[in-house]
Design a protein around this ligand. Structure first.
Ligand SMILES: Nc1nc2c(ncn2[C@@H]2O[C@H](COP(=O)(O)OP(=O)(O)OP(=O)(O)O)[C@@H](O)[C@H]2O)c(=O)[nH]1
Ligand SMILES: [Mg+2]
Length: 224
């Protein structure tokens, strides 16, 4: 039985998309079930972690978040390095954020591993009735064209938040060669061919306390 800070795999996922689409709130909804109606733009890089179970393996989901605003962003290369998943988020009430998906895609293609698992996420679905500017069909068509997973979410009312992260992590996990999953050895390769960071059993026993884990969950400047 693994304790809180013991895990079999560490999967890094990055959040990208225009400023204000709700990346930070998706992250806080997923990791701590919190939502902030007046959240400020992210400065630099933040990351949070959450352990999830897939087929009796503990996956440490490490999710990185930075600002959609160029001036607040950290070094791009370091942000994408080692990422095996990405949520490319737009705001269903803001057309420009959907149009800019192509910009984020370009950045992903330039800096991320070509085999990264990408989900296109149309956030703020709670405003669907009153303020929708991008139809579900438009989002779905773009995702299909690019070969992405797709989901509409609401960080505000929690619709599909757990589901979207879980789908991406399950897809990443399913791409890991099963023989290697069962081998439970250090130094395995992931879907990207990169090493999946796997903590060996000898290190597992050197666990940190819950308090330290809690601090890590909202630590900033996790990059570089
Ligand atoms: N109605 C609604 N508002 C949301 C939702 N998600 C986020 N918001 C609001 O949208 C605003 C921006 O949210 P953030 O999570 O800070 O956006 P961000 O993408 O992290 O922005 P940057 O850090 O600047 O890139 C905040 O006022 C949030 O409360 C949602 O699902 N529904
Ligand atoms: Mg943010």
């Amino acid at each position: 039985m693994l304790t809180d800070d013991e895990y079999d795999y560490l999967f890094k996922l990055v959040l990208i998309g225009d400023s204000g689409v709700g990346k930070s709130n998706l992250l806080s909804r997923f990791t701590t079930n919190e939502f902030n109606l007046e959240s400020k733009s992210t400065i630099g890089v933040e990351f949070a972690t959450k352990n999830i179970e897939i087929e009796k393996h503990t996956i440490k989901a490490q999710i990185w978040d930075t600002s959609g605003q160029e001036r607040y962003r950290a070094i791009t290369g370091a942000y994408y390095r080692g990422a095996v998943g990405a949520l490319l988020v737009y705001d269903i009430t803001r057309q420009t954020s959907f149009q800019n998906v192509t910009h984020w895609l370009k950045e992903l293609r330039e800096h991320a591993d070509p085999n990264i698992v990408i989900m296109l996420v149309g956030n703020k679905s709670d405003l669907s009735e009153t303020n929708r500017a991008v139809t579900t069909e438009e989002g779905g068509a773009l995702a299909e064209q690019e070969g992405f997973l797709f989901m509409e979410t609401s960080a505000l009312d929690a619709t599909n938040v757990e589901n979207s992260f879980a789908t991406v992590f399950n897809t990443i996990y399913s791409n890991v060669p099963k023989k290697q999953v069962n081998a439970d050895q250090q130094g395995q390769t992931g879907p990207s061919g990169d090493r999946i960071q796997l903590r060996p059993p000898s290190v597992r026993s050197m666990t940190r306390g819950g308090d330290e884990e809690a601090k890590e969950k909202k630590s900033s400047g996790g990059c570089c």
